[in-house]
Design a protein around this ligand. Structure first.
Ligand code: PRT
Ligand code: ZN
Length: 224
């Protein structure tokens, strides 16, 4: 591994990818996006771009394997809580909220179910990909529940008889509607965030990070 180059972890393909590629491009970080390899070497800067599943990004930063990462705050917060619980490294430095990838993590129940607040979920089974965020919210509300972990297709769980309710990401709400569910409580609001690994970093790398951040600020201001 070449440790002299700044390593940036981004989502390979998904909801954050396109805007993140565009953001890096607007900061003058050039690399071949058609190159399907895990690591893309920037052609004009001492930077390597790692393209991975979004779920891997917080860990790569918290373990100090990558210097910078772009990640949805929902995934970041869930991984932080999971690592804290497991006693694993969970530190990072937050650099900037990026203004895209906006969504919310919400509770939703079948349309026909009566709902008078979180208490209505007492002892129910709730399907989610975000067990830590769900537990924090319902613990604060003093509501006991059972959880059902699903890494995808959470919205079909009630119809499939796997759960009574769900806790999932929502942006337009069309997916909930299509599955006969209604949103009841927003438990976390999220957008993409730029993070840096904690701990000391070589001065040349820090200068490069500062330069990238200045450019991001410029690009974002110009859009306002
Ligand atoms: O393959 P990889 O693991 O990298 O990708 P992924 O499938 O886990 O994630 P991806 O690409 O779907 O989402 C990446 C990040 O985008 C999420 O972690 C959020 O931070 C953010 N984001 C923004 C969203 C949405 N909007 C969103 N709408 N992530 C998921 N959704 C889902 C939502 O759960 C629903 O099922 O999209 C569906 C459509 O949403 P509606 O409400 O518009 O119908
Ligand atoms: Zn993912």
């Amino acid at each position: 591994m070449d440790n002299s180059r700044l390593r940036i972890a981004i989502q390979k393909s998904g909801r954050l990818s396109e805007k993140t590629y565009a953001l890096l491009a607007s900061c003058g970080v050039k690399f071949n996006v058609h190159d399907q390899r895990l690591i893309a070497h920037s052609t004009n800067q001492p930077i390597d771009v790692l393209r991975v599943r979004d779920d891997d990004i917080p860990g790569l930063i918290m373990d100090g394997v990558c210097d910078l990462g772009v990640i949805g705050e929902n995934v970041l917060e869930e991984e932080t809580m999971m690592r804290e619980r497991a006693g694993e490294p969970s530190e990072f430095v937050s650099l900037k909220q990026l203004g895209y990838g906006g969504c919310r993590l919400s509770l939703a129940v079948p349309n026909e179910m009566e709902y008078e607040g979180p208490q209505s979920l007492k002892n129910m089974r709730i399907a989610t990909s975000y067990p830590e965020l769900l537990r924090r919210y319902l613990n604060e509300q003093g509501v006991q529940f059972q959880s059902c972990f699903l890494s995808g297709s959470v919205e079909v769980a009630p119809r499939a008889g796997l759960a009574d309710a769900i806790c999932d990401l929502v942006s337009t709400g069309a997916t909930l509607e299509a599955n006969g569910l209604r949103e009841t409580d927003v438990i976390f609001r999220s957008q993409a965030r730029l993070i840096q690994r904690a701990g000391s970093i070589e001065p040349e790398k820090q200068q490069l990070i500062d330069k990238i951040l200045t450019r991001i600020n410029g690009v974002m201001q110009a859009k306002e």
